[in-house]
Design a protein around this ligand. Structure first.
Ligand code: 9WN
Length: 417
């Protein structure tokens, strides 16, 4: 029994002061795109909590516009790396004095805020969040784009799909040296088998230390970071973010701004279609800006430019063949399909409900209703079977990672609506 009441109970238990932690056992702070999915799930069920979730996240926005991956609103223990490792300080934020991490996550908060506004029609909420959402989109373009078309990230954690096989190439190309630190995320042996490996973690932590050594200076990091990647999922959500700012601006009567963000959405959408489609693999692929080469991988991220309406008809016809490979499992859709697939390890195969929710939406945008229904139905089956687990084995359906995981509970509410 994992109905509405138990979903609401999980979210209540995970709620802190104005925000919801992803999981009491693994992630005790506010995470960026987790809060966005929580707000989507609460938009109808508890609109006041949905609005507050977004407002609190935006309260951690930096002066330069970045909305950080983690906001450390409390001094909870149990997660590495915490504020002492990031050393960002509290001077960078505009609305509140709060420690944050030094990277961002895919800009899901922007479409999530638009979704909450559509559900509530609350103009005061719209007017409160729109300047922060627009500043965030400006930041992506100013600090994270070489060409004004596609945007890049400089940490695997910023992609939300941390140990995706797509990142192995760029991570292999640098040596983190001797790394000393203590992981907090492998509390039992089952989790240790499912979480990213130490090889990955050495590189994640090394990238954090390089960032802080350069005092999070974007210009120098662009020049010196060994990991600078145009991630297709981030770019797909950036298109949705621009479309959302355009819609909110138009609604607020600011046609000049609306026109500008509509045009930006079109520019990024076209760049994805013209430059990031891999016809051999039949999906979109990310790009390594350091090595100047594509990162071919059958990651679910490569199907998500559908969200942005990016594929041409011919590209989508080719993608349907690839999609069949993701639908060939008992429970669709695995996060990755390919030689290194691991049904139980994090973003290397398990089904995650947030990417399923995005894929369902992308497929509907492309008119693929039958496939979209399949993704929704499999997600509901997993929730019924295993409850609000963090991720799931695509063949057996077994729940993996944390339980009482917030975005799984929240999205179950969205799927029940
Ligand atoms: C690092 C919180 C986050 C999600 C990410 C997921 C995982 C963190 C970690 O948990 O990443 O951000 O420590 O593994 O990969 O998508 O936002 O749920």
């Amino acid at each position: 029994m994992h109905g509405r009441e138990s979903a609401a109970a999980v979210l209540d238990a995970n709620r802190r002061d104005g925000y919801t932690i992803p999981s009491a056992t693994l992630y005790p702070f506010q995470w960026n795109w987790d809060s966005a999915f929580v707000a989507v799930g609460l938009a109808h069920a508890d609109p006041a909590a949905a609005k507050r979730e977004i407002r609190t996240l935006l309260d951690a926005r930096w002066e330069n516009g970045m909305v950080p991956q983690i906001a450390f609103w409390s001094d909870a223990a149990g997660y590495f790396p915490g504020p002492d490792e990031w050393r960002v300080g509290t001077d960078r934020t505009v609305h509140a004095d709060v420690e944050t991490s030094g990277i961002t996550q895919p800009p899901m908060v922007v479409p999530a805020a638009a979704y909450v506004y559509e559900a509530t029609g609350d103009e005061a909420f719209r007017d409160s969040v729109l300047p922060d959402l627009e500043a965030y989109c400006e930041w992506w373009l100013r600090e994270r784009s070489d060409d004004g078309e596609l945007v890049w990230v400089r940490h695997p954690w910023a992609t939300g799909m941390d140990d995706s096989p797509a990142w192995v190439g760029p991570l292999e190309r640098f040596d983190p040296g001797e790394m000393t630190y203590t992981r907090e995320d492998r509390k039992d042996s089952e989790l240790a088998e499912q979480r990213p490996t130490d090889w990955d973690y050495d590189r994640y932590v090394s990238l954090v230390r390089r960032g802080r050594d350069l005092d999070w200076d974007e210009t120098r990091l662009r020049e010196e970071s060994p990991f600078v990647v145009e991630d297709v999922l981030t770019n797909a959500l950036f298109v949705r973010a621009c479309e959302s700012v355009a819609a909110l601006s138009a609604d607020a009567g600011d046609e000049t701004s609306a026109e500008r963000w509509r045009a930006q959405a079109e520019t990024t959408r076209r760049a994805l279609s013209e430059r990031r489609f891999d016809d051999d693999l039949g999906l979109f692929v990310s790009y390594d800006l350091v090595a100047d080469e594509p990162l071919p991988a059958r990651s679910i991220a490569g199907l998500l430019p559908t969200l942005a309406g990016a594929p041409t008809d011919a590209q989508f016809a080719r993608m349907r063949e690839t999609l069949d490979e993701f639908l060939a499992y008992e429970y669709a859709a695995p996060s990755y399909v390919g030689p290194e697939m691991d049904y139980d390890r994090y973003w290397r195969g398990p089904v995650w409900l947030n990417t399923n929710w995005l894929l369902e939406r992308g497929l509907r945008r492309m008119g693929a209703e039958t496939e979209a229904d399949r993704i929704r139905d499999d997600s509901r089956r997993l929730l019924d079977r295993e409850g609000f687990r963090e991720y799931f084995n695509p063949e057996t359906g077994a729940g993996r990672g944390s339980d009482r995981f917030s975005w799984s509970a929240a999205l179950s509410l969205a799927w029940a609506a």
